[in-house]
Write a protein of this length. Structure first.
Length: 238
């Protein structure tokens, strides 16, 4: 799996040696409703070109170009695509992009890996629960509100987050690694006993914020802060 973010270098729990920690995995793509819109756009473009070529052919051969029922049917189908996309968008949100084949979902493998900074040997590896949505958490649900704010309220912003699989990881003074993932969770991973094996029930904590992450987490003495793509600022303190 590829590394798409900067890494963290620090001493982790269970060892005095420096380690390199990175989030690896396949990046998310577009919301399912945008894929449908792009497919419709391409099909409409091909159909309009075919209709235009037909009209030009008839005109060049001095045939009468009159009322075209096929063109009217095409325009009607194009008009119906807007409510279809709207319905498909809300269906994707309500069903959480399940079944996967209906909403362009594919498994997006991911892991958080710690390597020895000198030897490159794996110190530990943690694999989060599978994430199958085509876009990161929150991108489908927030798509229409973001577009509304951009085009109606004229507020600057982006319609989608489109982040990496993981935000850049950070490590605190106690050797705990923090990383925001595309599934909308902030993870805290700590190999407390130095065994080289992460036990999810005992050595992993996570907090759901509802959106993925573009920026890294921020750490200061006694404080952890994160600003996800969905807006807001989440802060934890001692």
């Amino acid at each position: 799996m590829e590394v798409n973010q900067a890494v963290a270098v620090a001493k982790l729990a269970g060892s005095e040696r420096l380690s390199v920690v990175a989030g690896i995995g396949k990046n998310p793509m577009l919301p399912a409703s945008l894929y449908v819109a792009l497919i419709f756009f391409a099909a409409n473009a091909v159909a309009m070109c075919a209709c235009g070529c037909c009209c030009c052919f008839r005109a060049c051969n001095r045939k009468r170009v009159g009322f075209c029922r096929k063109l009217l049917l095409l325009l009607l189908i194009m008009a119906l695509q807007v409510p279809f996309c709207y319905f498909y968008h809300h269906l994707s949100v309500a069903w959480e992009a399940k079944p996967w084949w209906l909403f362009f979902g594919l498994p997006l493998p991911a892991a958080m890996v710690a390597l020895d900074a000198e030897t490159g040997e794996t110190r530990w590896s943690y694999t989060p629960p599978p994430f199958r949505k085509p876009a990161c958490e929150g991108d489908e649900a927030m798509l229409l509100p973001r577009l509304y704010n951009i085009f109606v309220h004229k507020k600057p912003g982006d319609p989608i987050c489109l982040p990496d699989n993981w935000a850049q990881t950070v490590v605190d003074a106690a050797g705990t690694t923090f990383g925001g993932h595309q599934d909308g969770y902030l993870y805290a991973v700590r190999d407390a006993d130095g065994s080289g094996t992460i036990e999810p029930e005992r050595e992993v904590s996570r907090y759901y914020v509802g959106a993925a992450f573009q920026a890294s987490q921020a750490i200061a003495p006694g404080i952890l802060a994160v600003a996800p793509c969905g807006g807001g600022l989440f802060v934890w303190g001692d």
